[in-house]
Each structure stands twice: as C-alpha cells, then as structure tokens.
Design a protein around this ligand. Sequence first.
Ligand SMILES: Cc1cc2nc3c(=O)[nH]c(=O)nc-3n(C[C@H](O)[C@H](O)[C@H](O)COP(=O)(O)OP(=O)(O)OC[C@H]3O[C@@H](n4cnc5c(N)ncnc54)[C@H](O)[C@@H]3O)c2cc1C
Length: 456
Amino acid sequence: MNAEIYFAKALPSSRIRSDEDSRRTWGRDRTTSFKADPAAVLLPETTAEVAAIVKAANAGKFKLVPSGGRTGLSGGAVAGPSEVVVSLDHMNQIAGFNGPDRLLTCQAGVITQVVQQTALRHGLFYPVDFASVGSSQIGGNIATNAGGIRVIRYGLTRQWIAGLTVVTGTGDVLRLNHGLIKNATGYDLRHLFIGSEGTLGIVTEVDVRLAMQPEPQRVLVLAVPELAALMRILKAFSASIDLSAFEFFSELAMSRVIARGRGVRPMPEISPLYALIEFDESAEDEAMRIFEQMVTVGSVTDGVISRSDAQAKALWALRENISESLAPERPYKNDISVRIMDVPDFLVAVDRLVSARYPDFEVCWYGHIGDGNLHLNILKPETMAEPDFVARCHHISPELFREVHLRRGSISAEHGVGLLKRDFLGFSRSTEEIAAMRAIKAVFDPNGVLNPGKLF
Ligand SMILES: Cc1cc2nc3c(=O)[nH]c(=O)nc-3n(C[C@H](O)[C@H](O)[C@H](O)COP(=O)(O)OP(=O)(O)OC[C@H]3O[C@@H](n4cnc5c(N)ncnc54)[C@H](O)[C@@H]3O)c2cc1C
C-alpha cells in the first residue's frame, strides 16, 4: 500500500513527504556507505501524532525509522527501501523551565545547541558537548547516549536525563521518572530507552537536568612526541586537577583541519601528536607547574595556553573540526574504548596492528582519550572505489575488535551500533546479553516495527 496515502489517517497530508528530495534528505545520517530509499517521511508535531503513526504502522505492517538531526555516524537513522522515516524535526518546542529542580522540559526534536543556549539564559549549563551540537537533536542524543568532549568531568547524556516520554513499538505512551531525583519504585525503564537507537521506542519529550555554570576555562594544547607519553600526561594532570576535557589528535588530523581553513597551527613545533586539556581558570598555576615537569621528562616538547575565550575557541577548533575536515575523504570510522588503565597497552597494540594491516592507507588518530575513547579513522585513497575500501576495512576490523575484546572494551564507545557495527556486536556483548536485549525488544516492539535491522 502507498505509505503517503496510508499515513494520512495519522497525520495531515501537509506533513507527509514522498518527493525524491525529501526522501533523500531525511532517509540518511552522516554515513555514506548505506543505501537509503524510504517510502515516505512523516513530520509529527505531538506525542499523540507519534502514537497514532506507530499504531497505524503496526496495523499496516509498515516499518518506521526514527530520525533526529541525522548527524549519526553508525547508519542508525538510515531508512531502507519501503521503510518510513519518522522525523522529529517539527517537535522542537521548549515546554518549560523549572528552577528549583534545574530542569528544562522540551520536545525531542530540540537541537542540542538550543538546549545549551537555553541553559545559559537561565544562568545554568548543559554540559554534553561535541562538534555536531548545532545539528543533532536531544532525542537523537538520548537514543545514542551521546558523549563528547566533557565526559571526563560530566558523564554522558544518560546522566542528564531526568524524565522521558516515549512512544513504544506498540504505540503506547510511557511517561518515565517525571524529573525526579529519587524514585525507588522498581525498574528504571528510562535507562532502557537511553542508548536504544530507536529500536524500543520513539522519544518525544524530555526533562533535561542542568548543571551549575563552571568557572571560566583555560585550554592548553601540548606537542607530544609519542603515544606512550599521552597517558603519562593524563596521569600527571588529573592527579591534582579536576579536568573538564582531555583530548588528543595526530599531526595528520590537525594538518587536514588547517588545510581546509578550519583552524590555525597553534605553535611552530610540528609534533606527531597533540593533547588538548581544559580546566578551570583557578587551576592555571598548577597546570603550568605540571607542564614544566612534563617538558623536563620529555613527555611534552612545546605548548600554548588560551588567555581569552576567543583563543580557547581557536584551540578547540583544531579538535572539533577534525571530523568535518576528514569527511570529504570518506573515512572508515572506528569509535572504540577501553578502561583508562588499559589505554597505554591498547594504544601500542592498535598502533602495531594498524601499521601492519593498513600500510597503504593513511590512518588518522584522535579522540577523547581521557575517558578511554579512541577515534581511529582510516582514510580512503582517492583512487579506490568506496565499496572496495569499505570491504577491505570490514575485513580487518575483526582483528582490531579482538584487541578490544581482549581488554573487555567496547567496539562502539559513543556512536552507537546502527548498521555499521551490527555484525560485530558479539565482540562487546555476550550471547546471553544479546538474547536479553532481543527479549527486551520483543516486550516493547513485538512486531519489529521500530528501526528494523539496527543494533542486531
Ligand atoms: C562532526 C561530528 C562530530 C560528532 N562528535 C560526536 C561526539 O563527540 N560524541 C558523540 O557521542 N557523538 C558524536 N557524533 C555523532 C552524533 O552527532 C551523535 O550520535 C548524536 O547523538 C546523534 O543525534 P541526531 O539527533 O543527529 O540523531 P540521528 O543521527 O538522527 O539518529 C541517531 C540514532 O537515534 C535514533 N533516533 C533519533 N531521534 C530519535 C528519537 N527522538 N527517538 C528514538 N530514536 C531516535 C535514530 O533512529 C538513530 O538510530 C558526531 C557527529 C558528527 C557529524
């Protein structure tokens, strides 16, 4: 049956699109190797409309793909042939602010940066931050349990979600936790939906908990001669300073940012690696003391510190613009994590593997190393066809994931599983865990209406 005609019983036809341009735009995320070909795009405005859509999909045997800001990096929002996209783009209203509880209540389609800006207007702070916050939505962040650059101090999205309204795969509406801090009444279902990648329910409304504003921040960029030095630096700084970020990137990553005009070289020294550290202004003297110490032992060869917000922004641009600067080269992205104590040994193993298995590819290192998260991007040679390149990387990935598995790490630290990592889930989750996940899926989405084929 024609999806456009069928869903007219759940939504005004002005908010149902099936032209090619809309299907192409809304049918995909930032991945490039999956084919998107949805039958239609639905643009609900209320939770009741979402519930009506899901009920209609069950009755008509349609499959639905929830779609947020479409900045995902795992193919989670890619809609295959005859699937129907449910976009949250029109659910972008802030419903209210509750001062005593420091809660912002909003619809799931609110852009993450708008949550941050609204928090600031109330003298508060929404700490989850990453390069795509200008496009991603709070609902998409919840579905992927997004992390980013300040996890080391503030944790992931999960930590800031105090209440959720979700429409399950049967079309039932669940209102969960209501913004409470304490609620010891059995299973906290809210946490099942956080990180579920749209496979259990569609998030429609959210209570976001806000933090107190931190004091002004300083950003320090250090030239680092070798991978092993990174963890010595992290250990030294985090022993006496409550860091708000500890990131790293390679010269190759930085040179791409500079070549695309998205950043300026911060110091004359060219180094294989750089660390970017952020901390409270009041810790500057202590940071300078540790910096000198690191230079003395040879772990750092040069450094530059921000003296203004503009300088801090310019230094952050070197890290935050990496992903977009690499995008034209269609990188094969690995987003992996291990415990912090395992990072030094893991870096050595990955470095060895990458040099042996990708001798003809450029490999770009960067990541949120302070929380054990490494982004390893393999760049596609210009002359190689994308399917050949992806097949080659897919062939090598199991070796990398075995190193992750050996250390009980994660094959997807923060980007989700989606389509990209689906076939590798067993490297991070046991057979019993996957069986339990399938059983949970059967409770909330017994007909498999929501985001089929994603995750498992
Ligand atoms: C330049 C760049 C940098 C990035 N940096 C980071 C980073 O540092 N840390 C990080 O964690 N991620 C990062 N990402 C990845 C991405 O931005 C996050 O995964 C983000 O949370 C996705 O949100 P979205 O709204 O774009 O979701 P989408 O891409 O639209 O969807 C992601 C998944 O969520 C589901 N979904 C979306 N909305 C809903 C909803 N309302 N209810 C239920 N399911 C839904 C989709 O079906 C899909 O499975 C980056 C991406 C880019 C392009």
